[in-house]
Design a protein around this ligand. Structure first.
Ligand SMILES: [Zn+2]
Ligand SMILES: [Zn+2]
Length: 241
């Protein structure tokens, strides 16, 4: 029997990591998903694995302790036991993976189609930066809606899933009070030095890239959100990049 490596060789891993997840169709501003690595087998060289049963150390493979079921291994009852892969009193031996043929999700290629839920690599985020200006909206004690009076309703400005919130008890607000340009640049740099799912920066149905990224600044932190609509004229804070 030929031994099959369950570890992805470095050169193959490098090629897989370098797959083009997305490109931007500049004239239409649409984010086009291409290829992604298979989440099932990326680190296993395209192979599926299974784990042989090993007797539970707590109940020594009996499945019972005291007057009841062994709590250590009873959780494995479903669905492993139904599939007759795990007898009573046994647990999967994670230290001893066994090759189970090519990965079914990608047929062993470790490559699957990218979707809008695929993460945009940092290198491509950097390429997108000129197309995604960052704009600060100060909330103060106003609601988001109140701070945007005169603009379209927030629900029409938001796109995507949001890029996360930061609660820092006023640290960022203090930075903005001292040096708004530097504070904006710092947040913008962090955004583009990170990966984000396609749906965080583009519309999941139309793939249309956001027009800008809004930093919704509140007294106790901020929220990052991809927004549509032209970048509004800066009023309270300058715009980065
Ligand atoms: Zn047990
Ligand atoms: Zn796979």
């Amino acid at each position: 029997m030929t031994a099959i490596s369950l570890e992805t060789p470095d050169a193959r891993m490098e090629a897989l990591q370098a797959l083009a997840r997305f490109t931007l169709d500049v004239p239409t501003r649409r984010l086009i998903p291409h290829l992604d690595t298979c989440g099932e087998c990326l680190y296993r060289n395209g192979r599926a694995v299974t784990f042989p049963p090993t007797p539970c150390v707590k109940c020594k493979g009996t499945g019972t302790r005291g007057r009841g079921k062994c709590r250590e291994c009873k959780g494995w009852a479903e669905p492993w036991r139904k599939a007759k892969r795990l007898p009573v009193g046994h647990v999967p031996d994670y230290g001893n993976p066994v090759d189970a043929g090519p990965c079914r999700a990608c047929e062993g290629t470790s490559i699957v189609p990218a979707t809008m839920y695929t993460r945009v690599p940092v290198a491509f985020m950097t390429e997108l930066r000129p197309y995604l200006p960052v704009r600060v909206y100060r909330r103060g004690n106003l609601s988001i809606g109140e701070s945007m009076l005169g603009m379209a309703p927030p629900s029409e400005l938001w796109i995507g899933m949001g890029m996360g919130s930061v609660v820092d008890y006023g640290r960022t607000a203090k930075k903005f009070a001292e040096n708004p340009e530097a504070a904006t640049a710092e947040i913008a740099d962090a955004i583009f030095a990170d990966t984000h799912q396609g749906v965080s920066i583009a519309d999941k149905d139309t793939n249309l890239l956001a027009d800008h990224i809004g930093i919704l600044l509140a007294p106790d932190g901020y929220t990052k959100v991809a927004m549509r609509g032209p970048v509004p004229v800066p009023s309270t804070a300058p715009q980065a990049n």
